[in-house]
Design a protein around this ligand. Structure first.
Ligand code: GLA
Length: 353
């Protein structure tokens, strides 16, 4: 049995998913493929890393295999009693570029196990179990956006997800005449997961201070009661939620100039209010502003490096690639990578048997 789960890109709605907010991601045409067979012991093979992890029993390995081991551990905790398996992984999702290679690995593994052992898990179960594996086993207390979109993705559509209720709508993504691509800064700063967990903590402190149970109860006028870091974090979340709604409206009338403007605005907020950007991604976004054809750009995912999503008129990437790469190389002594992205379907079986 072989299954395939996509990575994702988030158009807008960053650092809102663990704050009961809105997100607008889409599944992309880059995938993790997982093959599964029964075995005497646990065996996890990564074709990408050319590495095999063998275990007699499930335990943390501090390696890529922890994403799968996390899934097996959660399933066993839920009473499924999965026997030892051999899982082999192949992926073309670049690691550390904000395209959620880890969520795709979790979702693919969970779905493969469900199909192989007839566990009868729904897509929502798979998204929730995958998030739980990342939060409680791997240790990054992420929201549900990445796993949700890898499970529920739909070609030619983004997903408007309300992370409080998990209600969702497919938003048509008709990009004729335009393109979306990612510029990979090729840096991932060490502090990314500790700072991520710290942002969560700060947002909890906002709620404590204002005596609210959810960010959804917060109004703009409540911001007056906050100052310093807590003010900045809360303001970002409230404004970013608004930007998601505005982006959906703009997409409906194909106003891509407006979508682009909102992307630039989101980046500014992630940089100045939420403070999860870094010198490299700021440089990329600032440089992009100067090129004709670029409508908008912002850092994606958790931050502290990784990728920048760009919305541009069709053909722009080809024209700007060389100059942007040279400028970045001169400044940071690193080569950029570029990925042209298309939307795709969520997790599915490639072949049974
Ligand atoms: C990471 C997490 C997501 C989300 C983003 C920020 O990708 O896995 O749940 O919080 O960061 O929007």
């Amino acid at each position: 049995m072989k299954v395939k789960a996509p990575g994702r890109i988030n158009l807008i709605g960053e650092h809102t998913d663990y704050n009961d907010g809105f997100v607008l991601p889409f599944a992309i045409n880059k995938y993790v493929e997982v093959s599964i067979n029964q075995s005497e012991i646990y065996e996890f093979e990564s074709k990408t890393f050319n590495n095999i992890v063998k275990l007699e029993r499930l335990e943390k390995t501090n390696s890529w295999a922890d994403y799968i081991i996390g899934i097996l551990t959660i399933l066993n905790k839920q009473g499924f009693k999965i026997p030892p398996v051999r899982i082999s992984v192949d992926s073309n999702i670049p690691v550390g570029s904000g395209l959620s290679s880890s969520a795709a690995l979790e979702v693919a593994s969970c779905f493969a196990l469900s199909e192989y052992f007839n566990l009868g898990l729904s897509k929502l179960d798979i998204a929730k179990i995958s998030r739980e594996a990342e939060a409680s086993f791997v240790g990054v207390k992420c929201g549900i956006m990445d796993q949700f979109v890898s499970a529920f993705g739909k070609k030619d559509h983004a997903i408007f997800l309300d992370t409080m209720t998990l209600a969702y709508e497919y938003v048509p993504l008709d990009l004729k005449g335009f393109e979306i691509f990612v510029v990979d800064s090729k840096v991932k700063h060490e502090l990314s997961s500790s700072e991520y967990n710290l942002r969560r903590k700060e947002c909890e402190m906002v709620l404590e201070k204002l005596k609210k149970r959810s960010f959804r109860e917060l109004l703009f006028e409540d911001l007056r009661l906050l100052d310093g870091v807590l003010y900045k974090r809360a303001r970002h979340v409230l404004e970013e939620n608004e930007r998601v709604l505005k982006t959906i409206k703009a997409l409906e009338v194909k106003d891509f100039e407006e979508v682009g403007r909102l992307l630039f605005e989101s980046h500014k907020s992630l940089k100045e209010l939420y403070e999860v950007s870094c010198e490299e991604t700021d440089f990329i976004v600032d440089s992009l502003k100067k090129f004709e054809g670029v409508l908008g750009a912002r850092m994606v995912g958790g931050g502290f490096g990784g990728g920048v999503i760009v919305l541009a008129k069709e053909g722009t990437l080809e024209k700007i690639k060389k100059e942007l790469s040279e400028n970045y190389l001169n400044k940071f002594k690193k080569m950029l990578d570029f990925y042209e992205l298309d939307s795709s379907d969520g997790v599915h079986v490639v072949f049974k048997g």
